[in-house]
Design a binder for this molecule. Structure first.
Ligand SMILES: CC(C)(COP(=O)(O)OP(=O)(O)OC[C@H]1O[C@@H](n2cnc3c(N)ncnc32)[C@H](O)[C@@H]1OP(=O)(O)O)[C@@H](O)C(=O)NCCC(=O)NCCS
Length: 193
């Protein structure tokens, strides 16, 4: 862990830099970030080193018991220094203070990012496959297991499979069986009592 890391909510004057970091490493965009930050500014967190913003962490608005962590990123030059883990712990404490009991998130489908969430105490709770209409109708019967939930949004069909542990080989098997466009894990962690 580097010295001099300050973790706190992002100030108005730092918002442009937060948008730049989001643009490079995540994809919410300025308009969405502006809306989400105004919902709960104290949950729009940043990591600062020597006074410069080097990382961001933000949720999407929710009025449920579970808050969805939508994005977390630290600039490349600061990777593997424990900054995102510290930022996440700070965000979790703020989330619990705000009255939420649980955080969930959809992880990017790569080993390092999934490893990051596992190392920070998150458990895999779901696999989500995203299919086009055609894939949904032609390949769903080939799945090794039927989903617990099926939904459709903007022409994309989503199949949700509940899991109790991180099973990347099973995720890949599901993805390949129906030629899914996307196959990700949802991770979750209890933060409140
Ligand atoms: C994923 C990300 C946030 C991790 O940030 P970070 O500050 O480097 O993370 P930390 O230093 O706290 O890493 C904690 C642990 O996560 C795992 N990890 C993080 N990055 C890793 C990598 N590139 N390869 C393998 N393991 C990695 C390791 O177990 C690491 O512990 P270790 O360094 O003691 O081995 C960062 O790589 C990033 O900003 N990526 C681009 C945006 C992104 O993909 N965000 C996640 C969207 S869901």
């Amino acid at each position: 862990m580097v010295d001099r890391v300050v973790l706190r909510a992002i100030a108005d004057a730092e918002f442009d830099r937060a948008v730049e970091i989001d643009k490079k490493y995540l994809s919410a965009g300025r308009a969405t970030l502006t809306r989400w930050r105004s919902w709960c500014p104290e949950l729009f967190h940043g990591a600062h080193v020597d006074g410069a913003l080097v990382g961001v962490c933000y949720p999407r608005p929710s009025d449920e018991e579970t808050l969805t962590l939508e994005g977390i990123a630290v600039v490349f030059e600061r990777w593997r220094q424990g900054i995102s883990s510290a930022l996440l712990r700070d965000f979790e404490a703020a989330t619990a203070r705000a009255g939420f009991r649980r955080i969930d998130l959809g992880s990017a489908p790569d080993g390092p990012t999934e490893g990051f969430h596992l190392k920070n105490g998150y458990q895999a709770v779901q696999i989500v496959l995203s299919l086009g209409h055609r894939g949904a109708t032609t390949n769903q019967q080939d799945l090794p297991r039927q989903p617990e939930e099926i939904s459709e949004d903007g022409g994309v069909v989503r199949l949700r499979f509940n899991v109790e542990e991180y099973l990347p080989a099973f995720r890949d098997e599901l993805r390949d069986a129906c030629e899914a466009q996307d196959a990700i894990f949802i991770f979750a962690k209890t933060v409140g009592s």
